[in-house]
Structures are given as structure tokens and as C-alpha cells.
Design a protein around this ligand. Structure first.
Ligand SMILES: Cc1cc2nc3c(=O)[nH]c(=O)nc-3n(C[C@H](O)[C@H](O)[C@H](O)COP(=O)(O)OP(=O)(O)OC[C@H]3O[C@@H](n4cnc5c(N)ncnc54)[C@H](O)[C@@H]3O)c2cc1C
Length: 456
């Protein structure tokens, strides 16, 4: 069943007597547990038409580089093969998606799309809905509770969103039955060969200075493997050990969630069925924290700017903007992990080389950027730049909320101190007290080396 709250019409056009139903895949880059694909198949079967799936591959995605595009192409290759097995052609073209989809929809009875929350994704959909000659229907599949159903406004903290989600959650925690298309197609219009990633990267002309990583690869099959490994080996320790950077009890599902290679609904249902008591701690992160980030990005159009911070945080940070900094680093020094702090450098090295930093270190990392930057505004921009450039899961609502959290978003005022004002502070002594943080730094050095990670 697809809840009606997941479905929204984006224009007023009437369905036409045409040749196929178009699914414009953009956010939910998968064939399993994809409500938008399921809805497109339902509509096509109702009209006795085939489905064609289109993906517009833009070379201009802000902040994206070879690391991100490689992961994305790995995922699209799996999607192509899975769709073809089901008689659904997959057309990928290098072009602006909002323009490309209008062209693709020229002979379509109607078009369905999925839902991402960032500004660029929203802009694409609005532009396509305006210019398309057929209906464009949006189906939300990358949150458990649709964002407007969860709340009609920007929430202050997890504490204000949690009870609202709790009220709705069980209603949406139901499996999606996979559909079969009745009118299969063997081939469709010409498509880019997404499996030849070297060639595609060259054609895209993307920034190759941030290279692909080799410890994790994209695709819905890989996402399932990481999920099963997490449930088998780590979930039972998640509530007690997830914060310890010297141990690895995280799921590593964030890159897959970011690219839509797996649905949060699928993860939640699988984790719930495991029966482990630690599932509650995991679902808090996956549903409450993640959907708080979606709420932020959906309702606050300034989500990637310093000015999106709550008034109390802006006031206190500005009051302390001129405080003396014991250490001050420029963005380049931060980027190259050249600070006096071995733990911070280790975290930055993880980011540079692996494209993923331990979740607890992400908080420490962001806090220290505030402490060591010439101003809080410069700190905000540096943190976001580094996060988006090097994280496989960067440019994501979670990243915008995560960086903003370091500056007081979704948090409350604490004891006043220099530079931070009343924004929460973190220090190295805390890391040393709680964890074997030297073991973490040693492990990163072994895996990622200790020099500058960027190839420049
Ligand atoms: C400064 C900073 C920057 C961040 N940047 C990003 C980013 O670019 N992309 C990103 O996906 N997350 C980001 N986060 C949030 C969080 O750190 C990551 O989601 C998490 O580390 C991802 O690793 P995992 O999937 O192994 O986590 P797990 O602990 O296994 O969590 C499972 C899933 O729950 C969700 N989740 C976990 N922690 C959080 C959290 N604090 N907030 C929201 N959702 C959460 C994620 O979807 C995650 O994939 C950032 C946090 C901070 C403090």
C-alpha cells in the first residue's frame, strides 16, 4: 500500500493517451522499496502501458566530485540491470535533469518522480512541473513519515518532533509490496552506458582531485549487504558502543541513504524484525534524527547558511566573535589536517581518505572548527565546504543539520564560555576520558596515513 500522504500532484495537467508512463528517478536510486517506482507501475498497469525510467545526470551538482559520481554510477548500474530484468528500460543522459525530463515526457501519458529535499532537487521538480505537457506526480519514498505529515512547521529540537513522529510512525512502518509491470519493453531510447564509469567521468568533466574510495561501493545490493552485516555483527552493541570512535559499531548506511540506494523504511523494518533491544537507539537516529534534518531543510530555506541558526545561537556567537583564538587555522590548513590536535587531524584524515568520519568525531570536528576559525561565519562555511566536498554522504539534509547542530541548531544554550558563548562545547579531554582515543588516532594513521590526503 502507498499512503496517499506520500503522493502529491505537482501540476494540473490531465493524463494523455500516449505511449508509456515515465518515472523520473532522481533521489530514490533503487528498484526495491521505491514507492515512486511502485506508483508508476500501478498507474502504467492501470493504463495498459509500459514504464520507462529516466535519470538526468548533471555534471553541475554543487560540491560533487569523482568520489560522489563514482558511487552514484555504481548504483545506477545496478538499477539499470534490475530494471531491464523487469522489462523496464532505463535512460540516463548527461544533461540538466529538469530540462531532460521535459523532453523525455513529450510522449508520456504522465510522469512520476521521487522526492529529495535539497534546494536544487526542489528547483528541478518545480521547473519540470511547469514546463511539462503531462501530469507530474511526486511520490515520497526516502523518509518513514512524509515530512508535512510529521509536522507542519520547522521544529526546534528532536524533543519537539519525536512525539509527532511517534504518533504517525507505526502507520507508515509497513512493507511495500514489490510490483511487476504487465507491459514489458525490451529496449527504449538511447542511454548512456553507466557501467563505464571512467568514460562517463571523463565526459562529465568532474573534479577528479577527490578520488573514489575503495572500501565501500555504491548500489542497492551493496546496501543490503552492509545492512545485514550490521544487524548480524553490530546492532546489539549499537546502544552502548556507537559513540566510541576507537570501535566500529556503526552501520555505514549513510552513503546509501544519501544516494537513495536503500530506503529508510526497509532499514527500519529489517532492524525492528531483528528483535535486538538496541534497535530503539538505532531507530532514534534513523527516524527521529534523520527526519529532523529533513524537517529543517524542508522548512528552512537558509539551511546551508550561517543565518539559518536560531536567534539565540547567532546572538551568542556574534557576541564572542572577537574573542581571542589560541589557535587559528585557515581553511586550507584544516583541509590538509595540519592542526596541533592529533585527534582532530585523524578525523579529518578519515574524511579525506575514506570519505566518512566516525559519527562522534563529526561533532568534535565541527566544534573545533568553531574554536579555531577567525569568526563563526567563516567556521560555518569551512565546515560545510569540507563536509560536502569529502564526505560520501555530503550535500545531504543530515549534513546541513549536523553542521548547524555544532553551532547550536536543534540544541539548547549551555554554560557561557569564550568563543562559543552559550553554544555547547567539546574538548579533547572529554575524548580521552571517554574513549581510547589514541587507539582511534593510531588506527586512522595505519589505514589513511598521516600526510595530506588531497592529491593537490
Ligand atoms: C558536523 C556533522 C556533519 C554531518 N554530516 C553528515 C552528512 O553529510 N551526511 C549524513 O548522512 N550525516 C551527517 N551527519 C550525521 C551523522 O554523523 C551521520 O549520519 C552518521 O555518522 C552516518 O554514519 P552511519 O550511517 O554509519 O551512522 P549510524 O550511526 O549507523 O546511523 C544510521 C543512520 O541514522 C542516521 N543518523 C545517525 N546519526 C545521525 C545524526 N546525528 N543526525 C541525523 N541522522 C543521523 C543516518 O541516516 C545514518 O545513516 C553529520 C553530523 C555532524 C555532527
Amino acid at each position: 500500500m502507498i499512503h496517499p500522504e506520500r503522493i502529491q500532484r505537482l501540476n494540473e495537467h490531465k493524463a494523455r493517451r500516449e505511449n508509456f508512463v515515465l518515472y523520473w528517478m532522481q533521489q530514490s536510486q533503487r528498484t526495491t522499496c521505491n514507492h515512486a517506482l511502485a506508483h508508476a507501475i500501478d498507474l502504467a498497469n492501470g493504463l495498459s502501458l509500459p514504464v520507462i525510467v529516466y535519470f538526468g545526470l548533471t555534471p553541475l551538482y554543487p560540491g560533487a566530485n569523482a568520489r560522489h559520481y563514482t558511487f552514484l554510477l555504481q548504483g545506477l548500474t545496478v538499477v539499470r540491470d534490475a530494471l531491464l530484468r523487469h522489462g523496464i528500460p532505463f535512460i540516463v543522459r548527461i544533461e540538466d535533469p529538469a530540462t531532460g525530463v521535459v523532453e523525455m515526457a513529450r510522449d508520456a501519458a504522465l510522469a512520476v518522480t521521487d522526492r529529495g529535499y535539497t534546494r536544487i532537487q526542489r528547483t528541478w521538480r518545480a521547473e519540470a512541473a511547469r514546463n511539462m505537457g503531462c501530469p507530474l506526480v511526486q511520490v515520497e519514498s526516502d523518509v518513514v513519515v512524509p515530512v508535512e505529515t510529521a509536522s507542519s512547521k520547522e521544529e526546534y529540537t528532536a524533543a519537539t518532533l519525536r512525539p509527532k513522529l511517534k504518533q504517525q510512525r507505526d502507520r507508515f512502518l509497513v512493507p511495500l509490496e514489490e510490483r511487476e509491470i504487465e507491459n514489458r519493453l525490451g529496449t527504449g531510447p538511447d542511454s548512456l552506458d553507466v557501467s563505464d564509469s571512467e568514460k562517463v567521468l571523463a565526459r562529465l568533466g568532474v573534479d577528479e582531485r577527490v578520488p573514489a574510495v575503495n572500501w565501500i561501493s555504491g548500489g542497492q545490493d551493496e546496501a543490503e549487504k552492509w545492512l545485514e552485516k550490521f544487524i548480524k555483527e553490530k546492532l546489539k552493541y549499537y546502544d552502548t558502543l556507537r559513540n566510541d570512535p576507537s570501535k566500529d559499531y556503526l552501520s555505514h548506511l549513510s552513503p546509501y541513504l544519501h544516494f537513495g540506494h536503500i530506503s529508510p523504511l526497509r532499514i527500519a523494518l529489517r532492524v525492528m524484525s531483528s528483535g535486538h533491544t538496541a534497535r530503539h537507539a538505532f531507530l532514534e537516529e534513523l527516524i527521529v534524527r534523520r527526519e529532523l534534518a529533513m524537517n529543517f531543510v524542508h522548512y528552512n530555506n537558509m539551511y546551508d547558511r550561517y543565518d539559518s541558526l536560531p536567534a539565540w545561537a547567532l546572538k551568542t556567537l556574534e557576541e564572542h566573535a572577537a574573542d581571542r583564538r589560541e589557535y587559528e587555522y585557515r581553511r586550507k590548513e584544516l583541509e590538509e589536517a595540519r592542526t596541533h590536535d592529533p585527534y582532530w587531524n585523524a578525523a579529518q584524515r578519515e574524511l579525506l581518505v575514506k570519505g566518512k568520519m566516525h559519527g562522534y568525531m563529526r561533532m568534535y570536528w565541527g566544534k573545533k572548527i568553531i574554536e579555531w576559525s577567525a569568526s563563526p561565519r567563516k567556521a560555518f562555511d569551512a565546515a560545510l565546504y569540507l563536509n560536502d566536498r569529502y564526505s560520501l554522504d555530503g550535500c545531504d539534509p543530515n549534513g546541513y543539520a549536523g553542521v548547524a547542530w555544532c553551532f547550536g541548531k536543534h540544541d539548547r544554550p549551555w554554560r557561557e564560555r569564550e568563543i562559543f558563548g552559550t553554544v555547547r562545547y567539546m574538548n579533547a579531554r572529554g575524548l580521552e576520558r571517554k574513549f581510547d582515543i589514541r587507539a582511534y588516532a593510531r588506527a586512522v594513521e595505519e589505514e589513511c596515513g598521516s600526510g595530506a590526503g588531497d592529491r593537490r
